[in-house]
Design a binder for this molecule. Structure first.
Ligand SMILES: NC(=O)c1ccc[n+]([C@@H]2O[C@H](COP(=O)([O-])OP(=O)(O)OC[C@H]3O[C@@H](n4cnc5c(N)ncnc54)[C@H](O)[C@@H]3O)[C@@H](O)[C@H]2O)c1
Length: 429
């Protein structure tokens, strides 16, 4: 099938590469000319395991190409996926101006039937507006369908998630659109949930908000554990074995971050309010998440007594492991608070250093975890990269001024840390 992907970001590029790998002809469009020029030279705009090889393989096979022209992509393709950003506006509302702009351009360039699919995360009823926008701008008599096909991939395991998803959701308004999308996903062995467009849009917002709720819930429990001497890892394990609850997303830490959860929770609260429903649970989820970061900073302050003038090594900057994505990473707020308190920060991340440079200022970036530990008064862990789990802790201890680790991701076993002679503070245990 001939497929056009508009927006060659985390979602669009992975989607494009995977569809090409499944044997389709894919044109990836982005209005960031620099990104397109780099992609043409097979340079990836971000780090994602396995993506570079997949892109190279499919470009070489002639199934994947890049352009900054929507016109070119629309002309060649039957199915057009909108994968542009839907960032938050002041007040939490999703900014849909990129979606509108792309829908307008698609419409102006359509000369025969096209299926336009929203893959970006959008509030319920966006499909209706995309349809209206296209109707308004399309040349007379060109038929089209709009569908919703929300994406559930996780950065870090994006390719695996795309090719082996728990489900595929397609929200459609016609049998033709359903048939085309089912055909496109034919090779993927999973349940396809077919719904109306509003339901599909809601499935995405509801799923992300539910996962964020699980995180804030377990973080709240971790605060009770700390006040009672209970152990959050055991409590979470004991809860998670209940098949009605499940073990995933019950890991306490410094709070959720990334491009999706914070903005999707905000956007869901906003659209719910607009529809006349006050989504109280989600407001609390958001509040708990903000407090969790502040509580962590307080932990560091309590452990150091005086933060001013102290050197703090920070291990992990990306919002989660196996990605270089720094968008809304908890590390940004935590480092900024520590800096405001007068700490000197030495930071290290296995993959996110380049991106971190542009969002965190006034920090010394180190080349290794050991460099960050050297002469530090405390070491703070903010992302649970595997590299940190296998650190030579005897060496780390020797390098540090003070053997103090405040672990925001519960990477180490407290008993082992005590034996090694560290003062070790973690979350909820
Ligand atoms: N990142 C994730 O893990 C993830 C997972 C599921 C869903 N989503 C959703 O998918 C959408 C995209 O997210 P992302 O992380 O890929 O964003 P991103 O910022 O990495 O990519 C968006 C791309 O769209 C391009 N773009 C913007 N306006 C354009 C235009 N007019 N024409 C052509 N290209 C244009 C940008 O240059 C950028 O490259 C968002 O709605 C997000 O919520 C993201």
């Amino acid at each position: 099938m001939n497929v056009c992907i508009i927006g060659a970001g985390y979602v669009g590029l992975v989607t494009g590469a995977c569809f090409a790998d499944l044997g389709n002809n894919v044109t990836c469009v982005d209005n960031d000319k620099k990104k397109i020029d780099a992609l043409k030279k097979l340079k990836m705009p971000f780090f994602e395991e396995g993506l570079e090889d997949m892109v190279k393989r499919n470009v070489k096979a002639g199934r994947l190409s890049f352009t900054d022209s929507i016109k070119e992509g629309v002309k060649k393709s039957l199915v057009i996926f909108i994968c542009v950003g839907t960032p938050p506006k002041q007040g939490g509302e999703a900014d849909l101006s990129y979606v509108e702009k792309v829908a307008t351009e698609i419409a102006r360039n359509m000369s025969s039937y096209r299926l336009i699919v929203e893959k970006s995360t959008v509030p319920v009823e966006t499909g209706k507006w995309v349809r209206e926008t296209i109707k308004l701008n399309v040349r007379k008599k060109v038929k089209f369908d709009v569908a919703s096909n929300p994406e559930f991939l996780r950065e870090g395991t994006a390719i695996e998630d795309f090719l082996n998803p728990d489900r595929i959701v397609i929200g459609v308004g016609s049998k033709k659109a359903e048939k085309i999308l089912k055909e496109l996903y034919r090779e993927i062995d999973t349940e396809i949930v077919v719904t109306d467009i509003n339901s599909a849009e809601l499935i995405k917002h509801a799923s992300n908000s539910f996962l964020a709720t699980k995180i804030s819930f377990i973080n709240s429990i971790s605060n009770i554990c700390e006040r009672t001497g209970a152990d959050i890892t055991k409590v979470a394990h004991g809860m998670g074995l209940d098949s009605r609850i499940g073990e995933s997303f019950l890991k306490s830490g410094v709070g959720y971050g990334g491009f999706c959860f914070p903005k999707d929770v905000d956007a869901f609260v906003h659209i719910s309010g607009k529809l006349g429903y006050d989504f109280g649970i989600l407001k609390a989820v958001r509040k708990v998440n903000e407090e969790q970061k502040a509580l962590f900073v307080r932990k560091v302050e309590d452990a150091l007594w005086i933060v001013k003038g102290k050197t703090i090594g920070v291990l992990g900057l990306s919002f989660k492991p196996n990605t270089d994505d720094m968008r809304s990473a908890p590390s940004i707020d935590i480092i900024n608070s520590l800096k405001e308190n007068g700490a000197r920060i030495k930071a290290y991340d296995p993959h996110a250093m380049k991106k971190a440079h542009s969002v965190i200022k006034g920090v010394t970036f180190c080349r290794t975890a050991y460099d960050a530990a050297r002469n530090s008064d405390a070491l703070v862990i903010l992302t649970e990269w595997h590299e940190f789990e296998v650190l030579d802790l005897v060496r780390v201890k020797k390098l540090m001024k003070n053997a103090l680790i405040i672990d925001g991701r519960n990477v180490f076993d407290p008993v082992r840390m005590k034996k090694l002679g560290f003062k070790y503070i973690s979350i909820g245990r």
